[in-house]
Design a protein around this ligand. Structure first.
Ligand SMILES: Nc1nc2c(ncn2[C@@H]2O[C@H](COP(=O)(O)OP(=O)(O)OP(=O)(O)O)[C@@H](O)[C@H]2O)c(=O)[nH]1
Ligand SMILES: Nc1nc2c(ncn2[C@@H]2O[C@H](COP(=O)(O)OP(=O)(O)OP(=O)(O)O)[C@@H](O)[C@H]2O)c(=O)[nH]1
Ligand SMILES: [Mg+2]
Ligand SMILES: [Mg+2]
Lengths: 276, 290
């Protein structure tokens, strides 16, 4: 997007296209552009460059977490449930998060809560071995709630202060699978530990990401979001609607398939990438 | 639904039988919204609407007493025409027929490979699954477990590069009398030079009768770039859309079909090995239109 001097109809069109092409969605795009038009009519933005900057500020503002939020990882024993639909990158993200937090001084235990999919447990066990983290696991077909229960018991007994739980991929439309997730959440809550839910979203997802987020949040809540596969060409624009609706911030982004390919979320860099 | 939104537009205009082109444009804006919300790529939407507009400003709409029905009918017909007929799986002139599955990370290739093998076996064929993903932790184990579950053989050779492995699998299948060889490849980005070269090499060494791009039904605007790149770099003969048992509208299917001209051959409708269906253009059309 060249920094134009004049604000023309073409420029408004280009801005709209950039947002739509990035999966920001029609509704959010229209609201943003309406706000910008109002500001422009009120005398703001003398040049195209200023308009573009105004848009980027509005976008970054949408991603700012509300004030007074509790930290994602308080100092007490915290159980992090990693959830999301099939194939978005949960298992890989669990390994990345465990590795990241372990390197920052936390005592991390992983829990292989995917007892359904072929090699769901084996996949995380290999990651755990690679990053030198212990991992609670069970036979395929076992009850994921039991794994979470055992992991919390192990954490208490052996002094771990973060348990990162991998769960099976599930479409939010499957009532029985969402109920299973509620049951897992209840087990965590009943243990009197700090429970956190991280929703994992694939950057290439379209508007269905908002439906996914709504469903998972209404079932078990969502404390933070991880957007994966931002090393692709998808820009992850659906995240604006998701964050706005859930009031949960993006905490990390996945930038590749290696365990170190995790970055703390930088909203300004994320927004700038939409216009790159 | 789209027809309700269109009805509202035409009701507001209130003059049936004497519509003008601006009125049609107002209606087409609703269609544009519906398609964008369904994740159809915005460029595909634009060219699609040009086609629809060409028909919608004809007398069939302008002088119709039921313009809503007419516009919905045109949109429906044009979408069906674009999606095309369900493609059938090709067969090699002499066995085994090689089928390569490729696509982005997590799209459902490994699961689809197992489903396809089961589908072929139910048709009396003898498929061989090939574990051609040496990167993802437990990827080979995943396919082997699926193979055991279905009693379908899996060809795996740790330490052998994918292209050589696939070529060896074809030779093995030929001597064992298997009819189909299904390559489950690693997930890859369309912008990863090295990995795109890898699948181009697998293709070169095994000359598959089918190269199927496996794509997630919830993919958004990015679907076009992905499909174009795989088409250009490797060449694809068919599309597989997975996770259609969810509630994603599936507009990515329309975009990929439009930019590659390649038929949609199969759809994934669940996690179990029997959750594979032939694609029905009318069902996907209704789904995209919401
Ligand atoms: N390029 C890229 N690939 C990723 C990223 N995160 C995960 N992946 C890949 O995406 C694929 C799916 O990752 P998984 O961790 O198995 O996803 P999942 O959500 O656990 O999948 P299910 O458990 O089957 O629902 C794997 O091939 C990962 O290597 C990322 O940030 N970038
Ligand atoms: N609900 C549903 N889930 C599916 C479907 N197809 C695949 N899955 C699930 O999607 C997830 C990813 O499937 P995989 O087969 O591992 O995907 P992949 O493309 O091989 O992944 P990579 O090898 O990492 O690129 C798994 O949880 C599958 O069970 C489908 O049609 N419906
Ligand atoms: Mg997983
Ligand atoms: Mg796979």
């Amino acid at each position: 997007l060249l920094p134009r001097s004049e604000i023309t109809d073409d420029l408004w069109g280009e801005l709209e296209e950039t947002l739509i092409a990035a999966d920001v969605g029609v509704d959010t795009t229209e609201r943003l552009l309406e706000r910008l038009r109002a500001r422009h009519a009120a005398g703001e933005f003398g040049t195209g460059k200023e308009l573009s900057r105004g848009l980027q500020e509005e976008l970054a503002g949408l991603l700012r977490p509300p004030d007074g939020r509790e930290p994602l990882l308080p100092s007490d024993l915290t159980v992090v449930l990693t959830v999301g639909v099939n194939g978005v990158g949960k298992t890989t993200t669990v390994a990345k998060l465990g590795h990241h937090w372990s390197r920052s001084g936390r005592r991390v235990l992983l829990a292989a809560g995917d007892t359904f999919r072929a090699a769901g447990t084996e996949q995380l066990a290999i990651w755990a071995d690679r990053v030198g983290l212990p991992c609670v696991a069970a036979q395929r077909g076992g009850d994921p709630g039991a794994i979470v229960f055992d992991a919390i018991a192990a954490a208490r007994a052996r002094g771990f202060d973060v348990v990162v739980v991998d769960t099976a991929g599930r479409l939010h439309t499957k009532t029985n699978l969402m109920e299973e997730l509620r049951k897992i959440r209840r087990i965590v809550d009943r243990q009197g530990v700090v429970g956190r839910v991280i929703l994992v979203l694939d950057a290439a997802t379209g508007q269905n990401a908002v439906v996914q987020a709504r469903s998972f949040a209404s079932a078990i809540g969502t404390d933070a979001i991880v957007v994966t596969k931002l090393d692709g060409t998808a820009r992850g624009g659906m995240v604006f609607s998701v964050v706005r609706e859930l009031g949960a911030p993006v905490c990390f982004v996945g930038t590749g398939e290696k365990v170190g390919d995790l970055a703390e979320f930088d909203s300004e860099a994320f927004v700038a990438a939409l216009f790159a | 639904a789209l027809s309700d939104k269109l009805q509202r537009v035409f009701d507001q205009l209130g003059r049936k039988g004497k519509l003008n082109e601006q009125d049609v444009d107002r209606a087409l804006r609703e269609v544009r919204l519906a398609l964008l919300e369904a994740d159809v790529n915005f460029r595909v939407v634009r060219s699609f609407l040009d086609k629809v507009r060409g028909r919608a400003v004809g007398v069939e709409v302008l002088q119709s007493l039921t313009p809503t029905q007419q516009v919905v009918k045109i949109v429906h017909e044009e979408l069906m025409a674009l999606l095309g007929e369900a493609g059938r799986l090709a067969t090699a002139p002499s066995p085994p027929t090689a089928i390569m599955l490729l696509g982005l990370q997590g799209s459902g290739k490994t699961t689809t490979a197992a489903k396809l093998a089961l589908h072929l076996r139910k048709q009396g064929q003898r498929p061989l699954l090939v574990a051609a993903d040496p990167y993802r932790p437990a990827a080979v184990t995943q396919l082997e477990m699926l193979g055991r579950q279905l009693d379908i053989p899996v060809f795996a050779r740790p330490g052998v590069a994918p292209a050589a492995l696939c070529r060896d699998a074809v030779a093995e299948a030929r001597s064992a009398g298997q009819t189909h060889v299904i390559f489950d490849t690693a997930g890859r980005l369309h912008i990863d030079e090295q990995l795109m070269a890898e699948v181009a090499e697998i293709r070169q060494r095994t000359n598959p009768s089918e190269i199927l791009l496996v794509a997630d039904a919830m993919t958004g605007q990015d679907a076009v770039k992905v499909a174009e790149e795989f088409q250009q770099r490797v060449g694809i003969t068919g599309l597989v859309l997975t996770k259609l048992d969810g509630d994603a509208r599936g507009g990515a299917a329309l975009s990929m079909r439009d930019v590659t001209g390649v038929p949609i051959k199969l759809i994934g409708v669940g996690e179990r090995p029997d959750a594979l269906e032939l694609f029905h253009p009318d069902r996907l059309t209704s789904r995209i239109l919401g």
